[in-house]
Design a protein around this ligand. Sequence first.
Ligand code: AGP
Length: 592
Amino acid sequence: MCGIIGYTGKEPALPLILGGLERLEYRGYDSAGVAIIEDGRLIVEKRVGKIRELVKSLWGKPYEGKTGIGHTRWATHGEPSTENAHPHTDEKREFAVVHNGIIENYLELRGELEREGVSFRSNTDTEVIAHLIAKSYRGDLLEAVLEVVKKLRGAFAFAVITVHEPGRIIGVKQGSPLVVGISEGENFLASDIPAILPYTRRVITLSDGEIADLTPEGVNIYDFNGNPITKDITIVPWDLISAEKAGFKHFMLKEIYEQPKAVGDTIRGLLSPAEELPFSLKEFRRVLVIACGTSYHAGLIGKSWIEKYTGVPTEVVYASEFRYGDFPVSEEDLIIGISQSGETIDTKFAINFAKDKGARTLAVVNVVGSSIDREADYTLHTHAGPEIGVAATKTFTAQLTALYFLAASNHGERDKLIAELMKMPARIEAVLEKAEDVERIAQKFMKKKDFLYLGRYLSYPIALEGALKLKEISYIHAEGYPAGEMKHGPIALIDENMPVVVVCPQDRVYDKTLSNVEEVRTRKGIVISVGFEGDERLEKVSREFISVPPVEEDFTPFVTVVPLQLLAYYIASRLGLDVDQPRNLAKTVTVE
Ligand code: AGP
């Protein structure tokens, strides 16, 4: 996590860097800082809090320096404080570094430096990089960086500038994302593409083990041994408008409303010959789906579809558990890694691990050119467009689309199934038209301290997803549970204060779920149900009933998840919370 940006060119760097940091803020936002080379010295400004605190502190300080770096932080080593905020400098303040990721051997390196008399100002792992580069510097920043990267262990990306070579920025990528933006007489470095989109759409995506050497005149790429590398320049297909709020109060709400388009675009994208897979799922002994958070919930639903349409046994594992478990993986397995960002480090490492074992790997990612996109053998792209809100919404329904498409493509009735899938954008539209009902319910229950979410079969992952959305943006405790498991423990929690959100479409487990609703009612729990329009049985036993258009069983997740996203959104928004950037979270999780 953390966002880094660098600029070298003909304009004053400060406004460009601050603008870029605002667009990177979703990556982390507990503190921020910039370093500019101004008249042969380093100006470093850092603040705890959001980027606006940094911007305020720079008002009335019109620095003109044309080279600089910036950082927005999500703390790993050292609490959020001005000292721990980036950029970090060497003792003489001649070198400044911004960094994303973790230097695993920093304690060892710090110990060595301290024994040599270096004094540290922060508790971060990053500061060692600044001191090491200063010590290795003999007139060429690239040479110094090449010497230092050999000493660093971990997954990281960093950028460094020095007063000795104004106009030059060196960027290093090893595990964490880093892209170079190319323009006329100016060049950029950033953790993510949206940071530089207003200035250029010409991008080089760095791979692990690569170093970028930027000046206003050009960019050279090297490996860690200093050998030059030729890289392709990609033209980014998004435009900035699609990354702005378009009149919505929050990105999350805009993205919830973009779901019909995200699903439609994903189907269209997957129908293109470029996305066709050269194998059938039925060739494999087993499918193993690996993902985190919301992507994991999409995987749970994908498992049911894959098993239904292919008969291939499918398991879904949290990437962070997979890596350190003893899962037997072989060439007979297909590993599907699902990741919106394509950068989640646990998922990425799990894919690498599976590849090493000889398994074939398939990624489902939203960000084209991301690490997971590049490292997996094959990719199915979700075409949801950039998702800025930290809580995933449209990328979840786009992931469902890709997984359904994959499962259906391996079945004799493929065309019929995909034709049904194509009806989902209209069905989601219909749910969105009822958003006001959800808003009213949100207002009624926003002060509750705990929520329980229940569902069975395909609605169980939806219950998990609904609970995750509520927790992450409203900070209200919420638990998702298989409805049938409730009687084995969670039922003890139910009393007249407990809202229980029950996802109960008319599917194969409808009657069973309805019995669970009765169990909740008997214990005076507040039943908020999500069910099909016209379902009077369910409406009658619910305190609140949210209706969604009736769809075939397979497609219920597409319509039932939307009210749960809206419920979480309206509760958090009415509580006055920072919906798009909830505390402690980051959009891209590049630490283990
Ligand atoms: C979702 O709302 C969360 N922000 C989070 O759980 C997310 O889904 C998870 O970190 C996985 O991210 P990825 O899809 O980019 O790999």
